[in-house]
Design a protein around this ligand. Structure first.
Ligand SMILES: Nc1ncnc2c1ncn2[C@@H]1O[C@H](COP(=O)(O)OP(=O)(O)OP(=O)(O)O)[C@@H](O)[C@H]1O
Ligand SMILES: [Mg+2]
Length: 327
């Protein structure tokens, strides 16, 4: 494993087998990870993106020693996740989304006390550490309130406080902003950014490209158990080709019109989607080669045409990648 890698994953496969049907005789095999290779540099925030069921949580669970792979290897901080769990566990922080894992009848401070004991933090240091993390996640003023009174955003902050209490060298955040309102989500992202200044390596999963764009210099897109891209944001944008997107809508287009658009110089993709009675064509193109006027000319037989041009967003690139994989 190279010196500066915090995570190194090779040919990782995870198969789930569950039973269903009459007397549970039918065995259903799900290949959640189909040979994943990944390398994450130490001291960075790495984004793991992918649609529902892509395998993100499965990967995070394997890397945080909660789940065994079916085959392949994974090293975290240079140590094997299946064989060196005793060494790894105290150095790993894990925040899985959702409501589980907190005690709602007691307050935040008491929750953290419980976890501090679990992590083996010395009693002499415990209270100071707890005060410090509560401040860090901006929960000091609510520290003595029962967790059942907390909003979802406050609970999420407490989850993160719990995840960093033992000062892990690597932190896994599985969808840290899911279900949060925009303001709480923004606060959580700010908190994540501040953690990186302490030298913690973070692996963050998300469905939101803009979140990855804001936080992660590097990211991987997972789709159906495979890494379909591992790149930087500018790299991703350039790989799909076309930094402008034109959307043209009308009541149906002829194949020859679509072919004519595809033949225009600089056009890398033309996709067609139905929206009720209307059809929308989405074109990806390079700046300065073909313009809106050329597209209008090619579609001049549609008086009801609406057309708009915008910069290709990374979200577009992401959707293209996930679509390519699905088709
Ligand atoms: N314990 C399990 N038993 C059977 N199948 C499972 C199990 N856990 C996950 N899977 C399946 O493995 C695949 C990957 O699931 P995973 O939870 O890793 O996806 P994900 O990328 O985290 O999705 P989401 O964005 O919805 O959280 C899915 O098809 C899922 O149904
Ligand atoms: Mg998940």
């Amino acid at each position: 494993m190279s010196d500066d890698a915090a995570i190194e994953v090779r040919d990782l496969v995870r198969v789930f087998e569950s039973r269903k049907g009459f007397l549970f005789r039918e065995v259903v095999r799900t290949e959640a990870l189909k040979g994943v290779n990944l390398r994450v540099r130490a001291g960075s925030i790495f984004g793991l993106l992918g649609p529902n069921g892509a395998g993100k949580t499965t990967l995070v669970k394997i890397l945080s020693t909660l789940l065994l792979p079916t085959s392949g290897t994974a090293q975290v901080l240079g140590h094997d996740v299946t064989r060196e769990t005793d060494w790894l566990r105290p150095r790993i922080g894990l925040v899985l989304g959702g409501e589980r894992g907190l005690y709602s009848r007691i307050n935040a401070r008491e929750n953290l006390r419980y976890f501090a004991d679990l992590y083996g933090i010395p009693v002499s240091e415990r209270e100071r550490r707890i005060t410090e993390v509560l401040e860090r996640v901006d929960l000091s003023s609510a520290a003595d309130r029962r967790v059942e009174e907390y909003s979802r955003g406050m609970k999420q902050k407490l989850h993160i406080a719990r995840g960093i209490l033992h000062r892990p060298a690597i932190l896994f955040l599985d969808e840290p902003t899911i279900g949060l309102d925009p303001k709480s989500a923004r606060e959580t992202r700010k908190l994540v950014r501040s953690l990186i200044q302490d030298g913690v390596t973070i692996l963050l999963t998300t469905h939101y490209m803009f979140e990855a764009e804001e936080l992660c210099p590097e990211l991987a897109v997972l789709s159906r158990g495979r890494v379909v891209a591992h790149d930087t944001i500018p790299g991703l944008r350039s790989r799909v080709g076309g930094d402008r997107t034109i959307e043209a809508e009308a009541y149906g287009f002829e194949d020859r019109e679509v072919d004519a658009l595809r033949a225009l110089p600089g056009v890398s993709k033309v996709a067609s989607e139905e929206y009720g009675p209307r059809t929308r064509l989405t074109l990806r193109m390079r700046t300065g080669v073909t313009g809106v006027e050329h597209v209008k000319a090619a579609l001049r037989e549609h008086p009801e045409l609406t057309i708009r041009e915008r910069r290709t967003s990374v979200e577009d690139v992401y959707l293209d990648l996930v679509e390519e994989e699905a088709s």
